[in-house]
Design a protein around this ligand. Structure first.
Ligand SMILES: [Fe+2]
Length: 696
């Protein structure tokens, strides 16, 4: 799907990336042009993006009498412009129950408006009711606080006489937005519970119970017409309602207390653009990192995709697992200062220039807050993810010759390394792993995890466990991995949900009672909190983070252990206890940095885990992770947690795990043409892991 500003034509070609880093002094950008019949000049069309979530009910029959509209609401931005609560369009008439421009409830019908003078308070519940009395010629609206403050008047009523005509026919109903022609406008920010349309005698015509179907994108009408509706742009469900008592935290055990949906004017789901072109990937294309490169007079973009081996084709022994869950969870991270910081260098390097900072129409990342101050918990793949591209930098690297790469760009160092070492490999993605479980991993002897595989569903963790239990070998070449739970939606598979509950380094936290996922209903937050600490899986876990700087590792006595003799082949003289390595690199200038993982038996590091090297980072900017801090002092000496522990252990059935525990590690593979100690040690590990001989 392509939108081209001003309908400019563009040219299309496809490339395979061996190294996507645009740094002219970096490892060397390598793309291979992959000719297709689609290549060449194409017609461009502009398509807009329309953020803002709402519910849409296509057909509700109205009988011609008066109407009573009601909802309970928890506004988060009252006073910030007109925001629709319940909008009804019928027979040329537009009925609007809304938060008025000054924050009080109001009802509009044609030229008539009745409003409550007193504004609602932010983040408090109100019952709103409006009456359209056709026969009596009267409109009214009332606003009743459900959590009265006492000293402040935030209730009220507005009423006026009006000449009204009967309202009958098939109505279109929107909740949390309004129609204006074909446009959807006046998006509401806040929670809405149980919107209702009734007769003046209070007989329900339509009544939507949001506590039903919480994991879905459907809203259920419990009224006589069963006029169910559809949610648009992924609002947040499983939200504590006006009746939440605090006695339950899991919406599944008392759904009736979770009848609220939180809508945001900046929610984004499916852009809904038409297909611009479709490629049948030629069977002979090798598995790997690919992109569709589009270029117009105004700019260019690389749209990434990952190609697995053709069905039935021979598989390599090694699979590189592309962390597409983490890519998606991070994507569209609005960081305006970052956009400015990298612009001059991106220009000089011929890197992609667009960022989410310049394109807020595509919505936000789960690292952002919504405009109303609530954390973003849902992220969609059906939109341009402008910061998840090849040929792109993520930050202004402070190191000389540093690339400042992230995601696809730094993960391509692994591809480049494998390619130069002549090691055949396939790629597969997190999304494949979630979908297929351990079957996605089973064909491979070795699975390599990338620079920052931070987010996983429970199914994915279980797949890793089974893979290791069957003798699989796992190389984890990153940091802050296997940290948060991210769950996809069954009926909106383009969406992932992250609830930032309890501990964890995080930019926002869940509200009380709202830590269970709407997708699947599991407990959200750190994988550690659901018994899946990364220490158990890969021997180490996230324990410190700081600025994007890189520091060396030093070998420990562990490197002399005969169990890991294979690691030091050809680098025996460099691999001695105390010797430093990984002191150069294109990410921060060293192999240990940014976000680091250390071993800790308390959280599940296996007793046979051997730390062969440590990248200790004692630096003012490197702090602890808050889930380890129970009092004002850290329970362990700093050297034990402010470090990357390079760890090896054997598993049942002859398998093994190798973990590096640092986010800048892969940037230290390329120096010396992938011939430095860091790269050679990593290659040694991979070659031994590819060897079918079981580990003792
Ligand atoms: Fe992270």
């Amino acid at each position: 799907m392509v939108s081209s500003a001003a309908d400019r034509p563009y040219t299309l070609r496809f490339v395979r990336h061996l190294c996507a880093d645009p740094n002219p002094e970096g490892p060397g950008y390598r793309e291979i042009v992959m000719p297709t019949s689609l290549d060449g000049r194409r017609k461009g069309l502009f398509h807009a993006a329309h953020p803002g979530s709402y519910a849409r009910i296509e057909a509700l029959a109205l009988g011609g009498g008066g109407l009573k509209l009601a909802a309970r609401v928890w506004p988060t931005l009252p006073g910030k412009g007109r925001q629709a609560l319940v909008s009804i369009d019928v027979d040329g008439a537009a009925i609007r129950l809304e938060v008025g421009p000054h924050g009080g409830a109001q009802l509009r019908l044609g030229a008539e408006t009745v409003a409550v003078d007193a504004p609602m308070l932010s983040r408090r519940w109100y019952a709103i009711e409006a009456i359209v009395d056709v026969a009596g010629g009267r409109l009214s609206v009332t606003q009743t606080p459900l959590e009265p403050v006492g000293t402040l008047v935030d209730s009220g009523r507005g009423e006026a006489k009006a000449k009204l005509r009967p309202l009958s026919g098939t109505a279109r109903v929107l909740v949390a937005a309004a129609l204006e022609g074909d446009d959807v406008i006046a998006h509401f920010n806040g929670k809405i519970e149980r919107p209702r349309v009734a007769t003046l005698n209070d007989v329900a015509i339509g009544e939507w119970d949001f506590s039903q179907g919480i994991p879905t994108q459907r809203v259920i009408d419990i009224g006589p017409q069963a006029a169910h509706g559809q949610l648009v742009n992924l609002p947040t469900r499983a939200m504590a309602g006006s009746n939440w008592t605090g006695a339950v935290h899991d919406w599944k055990s008392a759904p009736e207390q979770y009848g609220a949906i939180h809508f945001h004017s900046d929610d984004m789901g499916d852009c809904g653009w038409p297909e611009a072109f479709a490629l049948d990937v030629p069977r002979e294309w090798p598995s790997g990192f690919y992109a569709a490169h589009i270029k117009s007079e105004a700019g260019e973009d690389y749209i990434p995709f990952f190609v697995r081996p053709a069905k039935g084709a021979a598989k390599a022994e090694v699979a590189f697992l592309v962390p597409t869950f983490s890519y998606q969870v991070y994507s569209s991270y609005w960081r305006p200062e970052r956009s400015v910081e990298i612009l001059a260098r991106a220009r000089a390097w011929g890197a992609l220039l667009e960022t989410p900072g310049y394109n807020t129409q595509f919505g936000l990342s789960t690292y952002n807050y919504h405009a109303d101050g609530s954390g973003v918990s849902i992220t969609s793949m059906l939109r341009p993810q402008l910061d998840t591209r090849p040929r792109q930098m993520s930050l202004h690297d402070p190191a000389p010759k540093g690339s400042g790469t992230g995601r696809i760009n730094c993960d391509s160092y692994v591809v480049d390394w494998l390619d130069r070492a002549g090691i055949a490999h396939d790629v597969l993605t997190d999304h494949d792993l979630h979908e297929e479980g351990v079957a996605a991993l089973e064909p491979y002897r070795v699975v390599i995890c990338a620079q920052h595989p931070e987010y996983h569903s429970l199914r994915m963790i279980e797949a890793f466990e089974r893979f290791l239990g069957q003798g699989g070998r796992l190389m984890y070449l990153g940091g802050n991995g296997f940290y948060w739970r991210a769950e996809p939606s069954a009926d909106a598979p383009h969406a992932l949900e992250v609830r930032r509950a309890e501990g964890g380094i995080r930019v926002w936290a869940t509200e009380p009672g709202e830590s269970y996922n709407q997708f699947g209903g599991g407990y959200g937050g750190l994988l550690r909190r659901v018994g899946k600490a990364s220490h158990k899986l890969v021997g180490i876990g996230f324990s410190t983070q700081g600025r994007h700087l890189g520091f060396p590792y030093a070998f420990t006595d562990g490197i002399r252990n005969p169990r890991v003799r294979f690691m030091t082949e050809g680098i025996e003289s460099a691999a001695t206890p105390g010797a430093r390595f990984g002191d150069s690199g294109f990410m921060g200038g060293g192999a240990a940095g940014f976000e680091l993982d250390s071993a800790d038996p308390k959280y599940g590091t296996p007793p046979n885990a051997l730390v062969v090297a440590k990248g200790v980072v004692i630096h003012d900017d490197y702090g602890w992770v808050n889930e380890d801090m129970l009092i004002h002092r850290h329970p362990r000496p700093r050297e034990e947690w402010s470090c990357a522990d390079m760890t090896f252990f054997e598993t049942a059935s002859g398998g093994a795990v190798f973990s590096v525990g640092s986010m800048t590690y892969v940037g230290s593979l390329p120096p010396e043409n992938y011939g430095n100690v860091c790269a050679r040690l990593t290659t040694n590990v991979l070659r031994r892991f590819m060897d079918p001989r079981p580990f003792a």
